[in-house]
Write a protein that binds this ligand. Structure first.
Ligand code: ADP
Length: 377
């Protein structure tokens, strides 16, 4: 459809009427208001004119010989080039049925003759404003859509880049680590103390880097995976997780209280990762001088299970609760609480993969509860 001029209330109006007096009257009225007016004295002329150069609005008489207003409206609405031009019927027919018919054919308004000029002007202005706003909305939607596509594409590219870089870093870092181990083995006891200390630091740093790369690759891969869901018993997954964390649990003197958990449809490997990340965080972020105490529970919501993992740890300040699921977000000192900042971002991806939600509630120095939902199968 044609764009409106700078002033949003002005535009081109096609008046269709077989009575020259009516045409003249309306034309003078609208021209005086600053509209550009075109005229057609029968239905066929109106259709040709609208097709050739679509106006912003059509004022259409109903009773005309040959093609009446209804038929003209029908023809206009059936062609893409003219379908969106707003049509206001102007007619002496005043029956409800006539109006209903006009609206059902796609008219936006109906004015009964004899009309008040102020009324016609108000309706014309209203329709043109609506049309202008609709055009603006359409344009903005188009811009938003293309921005969205662009964002989606650059995210994909960035992810692919991160994946390739992490993948290619694996080999050299494994070589560094391997050669340090070889030197340590070959020259055990014969190296100066400071060289041994340097090697130890290289060894620790390359271990950290390998862990980071492994976690990053794992994070990137969740979105690449095809959905593989099966029936899982969360109690069994949880006992496997607690087995994996056994050493940490003993080391930190942690206590885990477990409720009976449901069976559902999910990806067992990813759900183990999810539970393991949340439980190991609950144990890791402990307050000094206290033993970690965790509660793992589940409630049934509307079409979903709501799981909770509650700890008595250091807690998270309210202003940070929105950030923690972003990748590489870490709130505490590296030395006191080592980590990569990828764990919760991975948890979020796993929950998204299953069509659930994840969030946390917390009180500083009292503890945190992580909640996540999974669909009831
Ligand atoms: P990290 O490798 O640091 O554990 P995560 O992505 O698992 O990374 O967590 C991100 C940050 O969120 C952590 O560095 C920590 O500051 C905070 N956090 C996560 N879990 C807890 C918790 N249970 N209690 C307090 N803070 C937490």
């Amino acid at each position: 459809m044609k764009n409106l001029s700078v002033n949003p209330s002005k535009g081109t109006i096609l008046i269709v009427d077989d009575q020259p007096d009516n045409l003249r009257l309306l034309s003078t009225l609208l021209t005086n208001q600053g509209y550009i007016v075109r005229k057609a004295i029968n239905g066929q002329m109106a259709i040709t004119s609208a097709r050739t150069d679509p106006p912003n609005l059509i004022l259409l008489d109903v009773l005309m010989p040959d093609l009446d207003g209804y038929k003209v409206c029908q023809a206009l609405k059936s062609e893409p080039i003219t379908a969106e031009i707003p049509v206001i019927f102007i007619s002496a027919l005043d029956e409800v049925w006539d109006k209903v018919r006009a609206f059902s054919l796609g008219a936006v308004d109906y004015v009964t003759k004899p009309f008040q000029t102020a009324e016609v002007l108000a309706r014309v202005k209203g329709q043109l404003s609506i049309q202008h706003l609709q055009a603006q909305l359409k344009e903005r939607n188009g811009i938003l859509e293309s921005l969205n596509e662009e964002l989606f594409r650059s995210n994909r590219e960035l992810e692919q880049f991160a994946y390739v870089v992490s993948h290619d870093l694996q080999q050299p870092i494994q070589s560094v680590s391997g050669f340090v181990k070889l030197i340590k083995l070959k020259y055990e006891g014969s190296l100066p103390v400071d060289v041994e200390a340097y090697l130890e630091r290289i060894d620790l740093a390359s271990d950290r880097m390998q862990k980071l790369i492994k976690e990053l690759l794992n994070y990137a891969q969740i979105n690449k995976q095809e959905k593989r869901l099966e029936s899982v018993d969360i109690n069994i997954l949880l006992s496997q997780v607690l087995d994996n964390l056994n050493q940490l649990i003993i080391e930190k003197n942690a206590v885990c209280e477990l409720e009976h958990l449901p069976c559902l449809t999910g990806n067992p490997i990813l759900l183990i990762q999810l539970l393991q990340n949340l439980i190991s965080n609950g144990i890791k972020f402990v307050r000094e001088g206290t033993a970690p105490r965790l509660k793992i529970f589940c409630r049934q919501g509307k079409g979903e299970w709501i799981f909770g993992i509650e700890d008595n740890g250091i807690g998270i300040a309210p202003e940070n609760l929105g950030k923690i699921f972003e990748v590489f977000q870490r709130l505490n000192s590296k030395d006191q609480y080592p980590g990569t900042g990828i764990g919760l971002a991975t948890c979020k991806r796993i929950v998204d993969y299953h069509g659930g939600r994840i969030w946390a509630a917390s009180e500083v120095d009292r503890g945190t509860t992580f909640y996540f939902t999974l669909p009831v199968s």
